[in-house]
Design a binder for this molecule. Structure first.
Ligand SMILES: [Zn+2]
Ligand SMILES: [Zn+2]
Ligand SMILES: [Zn+2]
Length: 186
């Protein structure tokens, strides 16, 4: 009844990505107009850069990319633009990889769950009502109030698995994800 659903184009899948970018920018413009928000040139550029791919983008890469475009913007400006885009729901912040990704379902309520490939960095945004509801129920049982409820799951995407890239991902070069529940002893 509530199986997870992929939101937007699946990462790595063959598709016309210009369509994704165009759609994301048009939706942002529409939503801003409707809500009386301003999609300033810098906010628009940051959103466009984040949508360059279905992979998460780090803040310092955005700063570099803007500099390459000839924009002399300091990190505070970029962080403010990111804050705006986050607040407006146009992008998501992925804490496990400390990066940002465009939202594939803006304006539609969705229970965010992200599958993040450790080998290629591709992100799949899912609408996963069942696990999210379960988390809500468990948190509630413990009197814990949820503030954000994005679930980030690290693993290996089907393409990388098919290409055998997942094999060495458990090796010494692989970064272990941070485990919030079981902190490493100092
Ligand atoms: Zn795309
Ligand atoms: Zn989303
Ligand atoms: Zn992958």
């Amino acid at each position: 009844m509530s199986a997870a659903r992929i939101l937007g184009a699946p990462a790595g899948a063959r598709h016309d990505h210009r369509h994704c970018v165009g759609q994301a920018l048009a939706e942002a413009e529409r939503a801003c107009r409707q809500q009386g928000l301003r999609l300033t040139p810098i906010r628009r550029q940051v959103l466009e850069l984040i949508w360059q791919d279905h992979q998460p983008v780090k803040a310092y890469d955005l700063i570099d990319a803007l500099r390459d475009r000839g924009l002399r913007t300091g990190p505070p400006t970029v962080y403010r633009a990111l804050d705006f885009l986050l607040q407006a729901g146009f992008i998501h912040r992925l804490d496990t990889v400390n990066a940002f990704v465009g939202c594939g379902a803006h304006g539609r309520p969705h229970a965010g769950m992200f599958l993040i490939c450790r080998a290629c960095g591709a992100v799949l945004e899912l609408d996963a009502p069942s696990p999210i509801r379960l988390i809500g129920v468990e948190a509630d049982r413990m009197g814990f109030e949820l503030v954000t409820q994005a679930v980030e799951i690290l693993g290996h995407c089907s393409r990388c698995r098919a290409a055998g890239k997942a094999v060495d991902a458990r090796g010494p070069a692989a970064r272990e994800p941070t485990r919030p529940v079981d902190p490493e002893p100092a």
